[in-house]
Design a protein around this ligand. Sequence first.
Ligand SMILES: [Zn+2]
Length: 158
Amino acid sequence: MIVNVTGPNGGQPYSKQVANKISGGATIMATRLGIGHLPVTYTIKIGRALDKSPTDYKDARGICSLTKKNNKYFAEIFIMREDKISAMIHTLAHEMVHIKQFIKDGLCLSKSTFRDSVWHPAEGQCPYRNSPWEEEAYTKEPFLANHYLRYCTMYMVK
Ligand SMILES: [Zn+2]
């Protein structure tokens, strides 16, 4: 896997230290999610405002998309810049779960397909928050984030 961390428009990230921590997080989390061995190039952008591109999948604090070309994957993740790096690590964890879902669970947002079935919200359900892919992302996000934050403490990743 290849990980590039940039600013919002592809330039230098605002902090090399933050970029290194995000980059390490993507590597550790991908391994944890069982996609660390796959040929995925990650482009992770950090910026203050969320991009409005309609082809991307947007959460409150992050965006992600995945394309496949010649048996190689290209993941794009946008992380909203926040004062606390741990908050950004949580956003990264959430978006990494979606990348795993695109690769391993057949998540297709335009068709609402996930793990071989089509999902429709039942009455009273939120089409965003109650979807099985968001349920999984919100459930796994804290565990994945803390897994990496513990790793950082253990190996003194600053
Ligand atoms: Zn999400």
